[in-house]
Design a protein around this ligand. Structure first.
Ligand code: CP
Length: 317
């Protein structure tokens, strides 16, 4: 199923370690997974005998459920761990928690954690593969893959990411989705423009090659092929970083009027969960241009492709 010229990494902790060719191979594998999901019986035995553990220390709807759905479509066994109902509350350490699941022969962990770098730490304590399902503000690699895959599959005559313009608007400061998307889309050859209040656009992100920063949304969106709004993450803000929600809406809300400045075929994206009528107008989110639900649906073939790529042929120690 894969056509690798470059070695495939053993984990998906961050997209830094994944080359452009590696990412394109994931897309090609996801195309095949999409075909499986289009059949009457949406299940194949490709990962029969493997066990995947969902290790979520932070809440999730889309990522957790689509990884579970993806693993089951490939016939892997799935163990679901939720921090709030686990023995962590009795004082068990993270390392002992992982060793407990290792003793139950997990082959791959899908990890979401509020601390940036937590999946790297877990990787040192196990021989199993690790997939980062979101760590703090740092990375959410499968989200970026499914976002780019959605863009790739939304145009009938798609001719590559080169020359395409993605605009990301919103709370860029606290978003791991933005970091991973900037990493991936620039690697694929797209031009990325970041937009948001000055206090929410980290200079380090704007310094990436292929990335522009424009604090004026109407100007930023000019000629864009896709515009992605990201959520205001109140839960990660230590203090107010913009004057008021009313002003934020007025200057940075993605809506139909702003989208008139984009390319006529431009897509509206949002990784979810949405604050409807704050960072994006509800009517735009529900419009013909919106591929938000398609992004959710594409989470399944992309995550099937990631699980398949990491587990098949993996050397057991
Ligand atoms: N996009 C995303 O990561 O959503 P969840 O938090 O629901 O998994």
């Amino acid at each position: 199923m894969t056509n690798n010229e470059q070695p495939t990494p053993s984990h998906m902790l961050d997209l830094k370690e994944w080359s452009k060719d590696n990412a394109l191979n994931i897309f090609r594998t996801a195309d095949e997974m999409s075909q499986i999901l289009g059949r009457t019986i949406k299940k194949v035995p490709a990962l029969q005998g493997f066990t995947v553990a969902n290790l979520f220390f932070e809440n999730s709807t889309r990522t957790k459920l689509s990884f579970e759905r993806a693993a089951k479509a490939l016939s892997a066994d799935v163990m679901n761990f939720s921090a709030s109902s686990s023995s962590l509350s009795k004082g068990e350490s993270l390392k002992d928690t992982l060793r407990t699941l290792d003793a139950m022969q997990a082959d791959l962990y899908i990890v979401r954690h509020g601390v940036s770098g937590a999946p790297y730490q877990l990787q040192k304590w196990t021989n199993a593969a690790i997939v980062n399902a979101g760590d703090g503000r740092r990375a959410h690699p499968t989200q970026a893959l499914l976002d780019a895959f959605t863009f790739r599959t939304s145009f009938p005559n798609f001719d590559g990411f080169g020359g395409k313009k993605l605009v990301i608007v919103g709370d860029l400061m606290h978003s791991r989705v933005v970091r991973s998307n900037v990493e991936l889309w620039t690697k694929l050859g797209a031009q990325v423009t970041l937009c948001g209040p000055n206090s929410l656009v980290p200079p380090a992100l704007a310094a990436f090659e292929g990335v522009e920063r424009n604090l004026n949304l109407a100007e930023a969106v000019e000629g864009a092929h896709a515009v992605m709004a990201v959520r205001i993450q109140h839960e990660r803000m230590q203090k107010g970083l913009f004057p008021s929600l009313a002003e934020y809406r007025m200057r940075y809300q993605l809506n139909e009027k702003i989208m008139e400045r984009a390319h006529p075929d431009a897509l509206v994206m949002h990784p979810g969960p949405m604050n409807r009528d704050i960072e994006i107008s509800g009517s735009l989110a529900d419009s013909e241009r919106s591929v938000i639900e398609k992004q959710v649906a594409n989470g399944i073939p992309i995550r099937m492709a990631v699980l398949y790529t990491l587990l098949v042929g993996r050397k057991k120690s």
